[in-house]
Design a binder for this molecule. Structure first.
Ligand SMILES: Cc1ncc(COP(=O)(O)O)c(C=O)c1O
Length: 420
């Protein structure tokens, strides 16, 4: 029996093997090779009818789920990495696999240090809290950004800061001109001085160009303002050719990056910054209950997601994301070639359909999609690497039905969560 199948099928043996592996020094190269082998073996295994498959095989429901790129399913190679991980205590900084991941991410982002966190929200909140001292102060961000719209008011709650949402004049991304117009530099006691700018890239799947990000950071630093980047999906901007990963990450005071969006890990995000910043962040992470113990299980799967889905080069061209951008283009073409309108330009893996302008009700796609075995949400279609060609073929049928106008238009106008 091949080794990967053995690992997947025999859970008691898995534990024994993991225990043995944990005593060896962890090697990322060995891990990457094993991961690739595991994928190949697992695919071979699924085709063999006399072998029992497990829930880890195949993309499962993720194949037909276009609601978000968080809807991916962890893979057998992640399971294998989890089986081989080290299981020491990360609150004590002792877990080798976690430390290796943190060291690797710091290196590829050209920052001094990094810190594993449990979610993108935790990464942003811990980073923002670590940058700020005490009121009066304010955080400036795009009005659509995750930190203001979808993090349960965390910034104000944890920091006492006023959050200033800015509408970008070009409708796509903030520019230095937008920021200068809204930043508070004076010590007029009526206002809260801007102490942090929080940018997001990609935002709703759209890219902030590197040159604009540089202009903003240079100006901010000249005015004693820190800049954080919510880079939950920065991978996508990089793969779209906007700049290399380190070109983007190195200019910011801190960046949060997610492993569990397009990269497909089951859990985990990471923040990067200076040694001093990460030391502080570790403190704040602990204070909100984010100091986890045997984080090797999280870090191991995250490392596989990074290596296999983003790739090992700074432009992400050896991974799987470029193909998702191609599929997203196909989705947009299928929609517009039938007369549908788009709400936002398509830069990466998110297609924003303008339902209103296309004469389609807010839940029509979700309802028709359900009949075709597809999960859809409002007018946003998100392609992740496990979405299959069959899913796109079904989506074409959904678009046909919705745009022909013979589907009874749904009336529900409630805003579904999930613009992210
Ligand atoms: C841009 C962005 N930042 C942060 C987050 C938060 O990530 P999490 O859901 O892991 O808390 C999301 C979630 O989708 C996001 O889209």
């Amino acid at each position: 029996m091949n080794r990967s199948l053995y690992l997947i099928r025999r859970s008691s043996s898995v534990c024994q093997l993991a225990h043995l592996q944990a005593r060896k020094l962890y090697s990322p190269i060995t891990m990457a090779q094993l991961s690739t082998d595991a994928v190949a073996h697992a695919s071979a295994v699924t085709g063999n009818s006399d072998q029992k498959t497990t829930t880890w095989h195949g993309a499962g429901a993720a194949e037909f789920d276009l609601r978000s790129d968080t809807m991916t399913k962890p893979t057998p190679s992640m399971l294998e990495a989890i089986c081989q991980t080290t299981l020491l205590d990360d609150v004590f900084n002792e877990d080798p696999v976690t430390n290796e991941l943190q060291g690797y991410v710091a290196e590829i982002t050209k920052h001094e240090a990094s810190l594993l966190v449990l979610s993108g929200t935790m990464g942003n909140q811990v980073a923002i809290r670590s940058h700020l001292a005490q009121p009066p102060h304010s955080v400036l961000c795009d009005h659509r950004s995750h930190i203001i719209c979808y993090e349960a008011g965390g910034v104000s709650a944890w920091t006492g800061a006023t959050v200033s949402p800015v509408i970008p004049q070009n409708g796509v991304h903030l520019t230095l001109e937008d920021i200068k117009k809204h930043a508070v530099l004076s010590d007029n006691i009526h206002y809260c001085p801007t102490k942090l700018i929080s940018l997001e890239n990609t935002l709703d799947g759209m890219v902030m160009p590197l040159a604009e990000a540089r202009r903003i950071v240079e100006w901010a630093h000249a005015n004693d303002i820190k800049v954080h980047l919510d880079g939950a999906r920065l991978w996508e901007a990089v793969v779209a050719g906007a700049g290399t990963l380190p070109e983007y990450t190195s200019i910011f005071d801190s960046v949060s990056l997610c492993f569990s969006k397009g990269l497909g890990a089951p859990i985990g995000s990471i923040i990067v910054g200076s040694e001093e910043f990460i030391k502080k962040a570790r403190w704040f992470r602990k204070s909100i209950g984010g100091g986890a113990r045997q984080t090797g299980v999280i870090a191991a799967a995250a490392r596989v997601a990074l290596t296999e889905t983003f790739g090992t080069d700074p432009r992400g061209q050896t991974g799987k994301l470029a193909a998702t951008h191609e599929k997203a283009k196909r989705v947009a073409d299928l929609w517009t070639s039938r007369g549908g309108k788009l709400q936002c330009p398509l830069h990466t893996n998110m297609v924003w359909l303008d339902l209103e302008a296309s004469g389609v009700g807010p839940n029509d796609l979700a309802e028709i999609g359900q009949q075709k075995g597809l999960r859809l949400l409002g007018g946003r279609v998100v392609v992740h690497y496990q979405v299959s060609d069959e899913a796109i073929a079904r989506l074409e049928q959904v678009f046909d039905a919705a745009l022909k106008g013979d589907f009874k238009r749904s009336e529900d106008t409630s805003k579904p969560y999930g613009s992210k």
